[in-house]
Design a binder for this molecule. Sequence first.
Ligand code: ATP
Ligand code: MG
Length: 454
Amino acid sequence: MIKKLIRKFLGVKDQRDPTEPLILGAAEHGIDPKLLSSNAIRVTQTLQEAGFKAFVVGGAVRDLLLGVKPKDFDIATNATPEEVKKLFRRAFIIGRRFQIVHVMFGQDLLEVTTFRGAGAANAPKDEHGRVLRDNSFGPQHEDAMRRDFTINAMYYDPATQEVLDYHGGIADIRDKILRIIGQPEARYREDPVRMLRVVRFAAKLQFTIEPTTREPIPVMAPLIDNVPAARVFDEMLKLLMSGHALACLQQLRKEGLHHGLLPLLDVVLEQPIGMKFVTLALESTDNRVKAGKGVSPGFLFASLLWHQVVEKWTAYRAAGESPIPALHLAADDVLDSQTEQLALQRRIASDMRDIWSMQPRFERRNGKTPYKLLEHPRFRAGYDFLLLRCESGEIEMELGEWWTAFYEGDATEREHLVVAANSAPAGAKRKRAPRRAPRNKGAGAEAESAPSEE
Ligand code: ATP
Ligand code: MG
């Protein structure tokens, strides 16, 4: 007890002892227990009642301390994966590199991890020092040491409402500093993906990257090439779907991480023509995420790579292909070049292809054709994509406006629209189309003043 009191008075200095956490009570950390999910409490309680230690850990604690409702809850415990599995009806041990247990309640999934030991030194590594597999368990303070950033290495016990802080995470949250735990070079060597995580968290939280955390990144960036493509892709997806994609990409560029990292990023960040389109696409994705709406990775990647498709599409047409086959050839080329390095999952790639190949079909507004397109299972995504093209100045606003009216209209309005589209001269169509703002994402309203870049 006295030791605990002294620790509190010593504050920051004492936090340097990595085996003894700073313990903060509810009044000190100010976490609102209402932000906790009932299932997270259920899991920690079940584990604790079975005699184990159990805490909410990582990003959820960070978010709780920032007053943000966590999007998911990770649990850390001293129970082994097998011991965890036995306590829950729907629990599955998954993972190779790090074994974890997925505990399911309905649709809700909680990840339960056993405290990791500091045995990384003996873990199998590749020739560059990257840890390949590590399932050695250990005491809680070693688990804290193994985590990436000070702000991600705190534990919250819903029962006592105490926060355990091993590495000065509370102070860093208050000062808005992103600091890696341990020696930065060694930590990036063990797992180069941590460099991408630096970028993601700094951009998402708007934290300053502590200088020694930041310095080695440009030099060590090439180590990311040795990480399996699927893992880089997962982290990139988190980055792009973080609600701060635009800020993250700017930060990647600032840290010198965008070059050669992913072919997709080179394309995205270095194409002057597509920049307006990409910026609009990322803004609208960020807005959707912030508004709690779903975002489809297929739509996102279709947007990021669209201008590459357009370029090739134009080239195939110039070579004499007719528009639709030319578009398919262009889509194949782009997807082939990306799937190799990017591990684009098949489902995502097929969504991208659907969205792209719908585009020329929006141009056809005669007879039954627009009605058929409306029935397309991915119509909504294709239509949203069409609006982005209008907003970026790539194509006439009139087409997007017509489709908005057609999509929202009743049977009679639709009939009139089809007649109007096929009888009026090009200039007159613009006036006839209802000038309602497209109802998707609210971004369309300013679109008309957007200058064309092409
Ligand atoms: P988010 O809110 O974006 O999910 P998060 O911090 O929860 O952020 P996760 O990728 O879900 O991020 O990881 C959960 C926790 O696991 C982290 O907070 C961190 O403690 C630890 N962790 C994740 N990835 C690494 C890594 N590459 N190296 C060390 N620790 C990691
Ligand atoms: Mg998380």
